[in-house]
Design a protein around this ligand. Structure first.
Ligand code: GDP
Length: 197
């Protein structure tokens, strides 16, 4: 898929105020600092479209970007801030669950995982939550340029194995580097394939 246009549409704190659910939508989420903004900007080829890390304590926003005037790329607030209060965590949980439960145009959740790390409990828990809700998701491993491909493959294999403790099948996996543009075509083709159906 060639990206012709990528436009910021709106930021929302309330699921009830999102754009009408009339276009297919793909939501990007992961731990804070996983490389979500960099990945979004790399995918659409527009530096600065997604802003880097929202800091804890700031209002958490759902950002909608309209791509090629026919699908939404959605930037969801990250999870796993080191020093977040319990009440902020509960707010995030409620907010995200509300979005995931209600957004009928949501096609797939793109779960970003830092490829440098061994499987993290918080990422596995998030995947399990998606599985329990029966929501389609894929795994997008980020920052692959930061280590050897052998190391990346090892961490991906460990994550797959950890997921197989609760899933019969592992979802699609993409390995990406925003620095080098790795994974861009594969992810855009994946989205294109779903949009065609
Ligand atoms: P976010 O908090 O998930 O939106 O993460 P950012 O996109 O702001 O990235 C966090 C940090 O990781 C920044 O310093 C980025 O420059 C860096 N980063 C993100 N993606 C990559 C990548 O693919 N390769 C490298 N080398 N650094 C990356």
């Amino acid at each position: 898929m060639i990206i012709k246009t990528a436009d910021f549409i709106c930021s929302n704190t309330q699921v009830s105020k999102l754009p009408p659910p009339v276009k297919p939508e793909y939501a990007f989420i992961g731990r804070s600092n996983v490389g979500k903004s960099s990945l979004i900007n790399m995918l659409v080829g527009k530096k600065g479209l997604a802003k880097t890390s929202q800091t804890p304590g700031k209002t958490q926003l759902i950002n909608h970007f309209l791509i090629n005037e026919n699908w939404y790329l959605v930037d969801l607030p990250g999870y796993g801030y080191a020093r977040i209060s319990k009440s902020k965590k509960e707010d995030w949980d409620k907010f995200i669950r509300n979005y995931l439960n209600k957004r009928e145009s949501l096609q797939c959740v793109m779960v970003l995982i830092d490829s440098r790390l061994e499987p993290q409990k918080i990422d596995l828990e998030f995947c399990n939550m998606l599985g329990e809700k029966g929501l389609p998701f894929v795994l997008v491993f980020t920052k692959a340029d930061k280590q050897s491909s052998i190391k990346t493959d090892q961490n991906v294999a460990k994550f797959r194995k950890a997921l197989l403790a609760s899933f019969e099948e592992v979802p699609d996996i993409f390995i990406t580097s925003s620095e080098e543009g790795t994974g861009k075509e594969d992810i855009l083709n994946f989205v294109h394939g779903i949009n065609q159906n």
